[in-house]
Write a protein that binds this ligand. Structure first.
Ligand SMILES: N[C@@H](CCC(=O)N[C@@H](CS)C(=O)NCC(=O)O)C(=O)O
Length: 208
């Protein structure tokens, strides 16, 4: 059975969400963030040397990185038409959006988070952080346009991956100016599987 090494209040929520969307059978192994540092406990390093979550364990394999985990789960648990296949003409558009979430889009939000520790010393960085956040959310807003979902106008792994970027945007108070993205996040959060993942994985304050 698939096991998910899940850190509370983290990106790992979206992996549980996907598993719930697919009605998959899986086990959650829970880890709690340190209440002072907010970092993962050292037990996660016993699972994978990076000490980050999510980690998927299955048939002797340990897989890190949300996009790889999402792809693996879809390959193992989803019905045939849930994801495109390599010969589809728009396959690489799917791949691009799937990896764009962690590869580029989340970066300025992480910089914003870490810049807080620098206090006034982060002042020179702020304009670039702000403009990059606008740049990435602007791009996503254009990709979505008037569609209901990012890819083929149908719920997919891309939505699972990009949800974290929208949640980060909401937390930063900037998502509201991109009404199509803001509405889409509300729609994600209203899905039964999204709520069930919170019930199982514990409180999830991102995106509220
Ligand atoms: N790009 C990785 C990021 C993994 C990551 O940084 N996870 C965070 C949780 S959101 C973590 O484990 N942080 C705990 C720590 O760094 O101590 C992915 O998408 O899986």
């Amino acid at each position: 059975m698939i096991k998910i090494h899940h850190l509370n209040n983290s990106r790992s929520h979206r992996v549980l969400w996907l598993l719930e969307e697919l009605n998959a059978e899986y086990e959650i192994i829970k880890y709690q963030r340190d209440k002072f540092t907010n970092l993962a406990p050292k037990e996660l390093k016993d699972i994978h040397s990076l000490g980050k979550s999510p980690v998927l364990e299955h048939n002797g394999k340990m897989i890190i990185e949300s996009a790889a985990i999402v792809t693996y789960i879809i390959d193992q648990c989803a019905s045939e038409n849930f994801a495109p296949i390599i010969t589809d003409s728009d396959y690489y558009q799917y791949l691009e959006l799937m990896h764009y979430a962690e590869g580029s889009a989340i970066m300025p939000f992480l910089l914003q988070l870490y810049a807080r520790f620098l206090g006034d010393n982060s002042k020179t960085l702020q304009p670039r952080i702000t403009s990059e956040i606008q740049n990435h959310l602007g791009f996503l807003s254009t990709v979505l346009g008037k569609n209901e979902y990012f890819y083929r106008n149908k719920f997919s792994g891309v939505d699972i991956m990009l949800s974290f970027v929208l949640e980060a945007g909401k937390m930063s108070g900037v998502l509201q100016s991109f009404s199509n993205l803001n509405d889409l996040l509300a729609k994600y959060q209203d899905r039964d599987a999204y709520k069930k993942a919170i019930e199982l994985g514990g409180k999830y304050s991102l995106g509220k």
